[in-house]
Design a protein around this ligand. Sequence first.
Ligand code: SF4
Length: 233
Amino acid sequence: MKTRIGEVFSSIQGEGKLLGRRQIFIRFSGCNLNCNYCDTPDSRNPEYGKYLSVDELAKEVNSLITPDFHSLSLTGGEPLLHADFIGEFLANNPIDALIETNGSLPDELHKILDLIKFASVDIKLPEHDADSDWDILVENELKSINVLMDEGINTYCKLVVLPSTKVDTVVFIASKIAQEIQNARKLSLIIQPVSPLNIWGKNSDKLLEISELTGKYLDVLTIPQIHKILKIR
Ligand code: SF4
């Protein structure tokens, strides 16, 4: 089996709960969403990158392993558009892996559930992707989180906020997650202020307000994209 992969590289995880971990990033091509803050627009193109077989990818990954290696990051684009390939790759190459998904394809998760160790699920707000039906998208994100947590996979969710984001909207979604996710208190919500950080100005106080109000419902961490501050990939 072959699939289209944009890039394979080693770097330091700059987002979420595996922040600071050395990972090998496998960036799969194509995405089914169109977020206005997308920082990997090239990867949305399904023609981006080159076709790699499972064995060719394993060779690239093995050539990049360093002593501090922690895990793979399966990212995109939307990696679950390649769930069959990921399933075959991890079955043949059992390596700890994080899936970084937009959460819109819960049914695809079943193809890799017993093969992944960590999961990051995006929570989108209505203004993030005007092309999508937000109600359906949120239902799928919640379904994805429940599927992952039921399987015992170390899961967190990530919500990108912009200076223009309404606090009420973020609090509403945090309360919805708390209502609809079993064991929601075990789930961390990462509030990720959009980069670059210099656009925040006086709006940084909003991050404290969001943290306090969402903290009523979930374990909340506010973490910017560290790799951009470090100026690494
Ligand atoms: S889901 Fe991710 S890759 Fe797809 S458009 Fe949104 S930010 Fe970009």
